[in-house]
Ligand binder design. Sequence first.
Ligand code: AMP
Length: 282
Amino acid sequence: MIIAKTLEEFDAALKSLGKVGKLGLVPTMGALHEGHLTLIRRAVEECDAVVVSDFVNPTQFNNKDDFNTYPRTLDSDSSLLEPVGVKILLAPRVIDMYPEGAGIDTRVFDLGGLDQYGEGPRRPGHFNGMAQIVTRLFDIVKPDFAYFGEKDFQQLAIIEYFVENLRYPLTIVRCPIARGEDGLALSSRNALLTPEQRKSAPHIYEAISKAPSMVGKMSVAEVINAVTADINTNPMLETEYVEIIDARTMKPLTDWSQAGNIQLTCAVYARPVRLIDNIKLK
Ligand code: AMP
């Protein structure tokens, strides 16, 4: 595996692979865990060569503390990737990704209104920043397939939207959420939890996984209230929101008949760490 820390190194690394049939890309912010590895293993299985990017993108963080404390573990990331069969680890400098100036990008993306709900208003600028880095990675790597996790449910919908809208010649591959044995969705931020918070965090999945059996028997508002109250019984956890949304438009629903595909999404604080999760209801 070649570790490319500049775009020049990346171009040389890609050239050294010769002619590649299907090129796969798995964008990450590093601090790799088993959740990332499920995407990466799948990419290695389905593609002829795989690039993993490891870049903590400043423009998608609306909270400076979150950016500063985000775990950065390039050495252990590269040793995790080596045996999986990844060809190139792209770990660029901020200036490589933002030619307008380190961390500066004035591009504003059409996100189809999918950013109006859920995480959008709660993390102003997050999805536009995400679109800036993802399109930049697509432009640099030019993959045929790009792999993203349903853990970031809204992000995935937004990426699918702009890939189609901007006519990127690539296929987005949706990967299911990888969970720990205790049900907690794997996340780089889990490493920031205290041992006590880590013990409480699986309560989030425990609570949301009761929701599918409530569909139709209770109203949308009643399910939201029941799941919120359930999570909040845990003194370590505090819901920011629980929403039931149209899985296509991301719009919160008030009635089960308003959409064919329905997802429950939530953000929960184990302060100061913010965790997100989601589950299919219909
Ligand atoms: P991140 O490093 O958190 O930006 O995540 C990089 C990619 O891995 C994104 O497409 C995430 O959705 C995906 N990912 C992170 N955690 C998980 C998980 N537990 N299950 C599935 N995909 C995940």
